[in-house]
Design a protein around this ligand. Structure first.
Ligand code: FES
Ligand code: FES
Length: 162
């Protein structure tokens, strides 16, 4: 039995046939659509490496069944830059050394974009740390990550560089 779903991913519509209803959104993105910027860390909802935005909200793609998101609007790390111009959060991660090996970085950036859109943390480092607590970094780059998220929030609020 197969299932037909439609997803808008990074502003592009995809009609998808699934032959297994257990396919996760993460595996669909990485293995079927070759959007490998979204990382598979733990595959069990514990590390945040697979964070994407679904209808503007942060989710762990490894815990989401693709079939249950029929019609959703998905944004992955591949969809946040504007051509050659990095998203302000990407710019801030570069400017503030928000990464070391980079494995967790796509998830951190997607989570930061979601957090800023939620408007809950402002540029308060403590609240940013709490809001980003679902995104682990094995390199321990948390200082730079927090600084980057705060700087990006300020930049997006004022239109100045991060
Ligand atoms: S891979 Fe999804 S939370 Fe770790
Ligand atoms: S930069 Fe290496 S895991 Fe975060």
């Amino acid at each position: 039995m197969s299932f037909s779903i439609g997803l808008t991913i990074n502003h592009r519509h995809h009609a998808i046939e699934l032959d297994d209803p257990r396919v996760t959104l993460l595996d669909l993105l990485r293995e079927r659509l070759h959007l490998t910027g979204t990382k598979k860390g733990c595959d069990r909802g514990q590390c945040g490496a697979c964070t994407v935005l679904v209808d503007g909200r942060r989710i762990n793609a490894c815990l989401a069944l693709a079939v249950s998101h029929d019609g959703a609007d998905v944004t992955t790390i591949e969809g946040v830059a504007d051509g050659e111009t990095l998203h302000p959060v990407q710019q801030a991660f570069v400017a503030h050394d928000g990464f070391q090996c980079g494995f967790c970085t796509p998830g951190q950036i997607m989570s930061a974009i979601g957090l800023i859109a939620e408007g809950q943390a402002g540029d308060d480092p403590e609240r940013v740390r709490e809001g980003m607590s679902g995104n682990l970094c094995r390199c321990g780059a948390y200082k730079g990550i927090t600084e980057a998220v705060c700087a990006a929030q300020r930049a997006m609020a004022t239109g100045e560089a991060a």
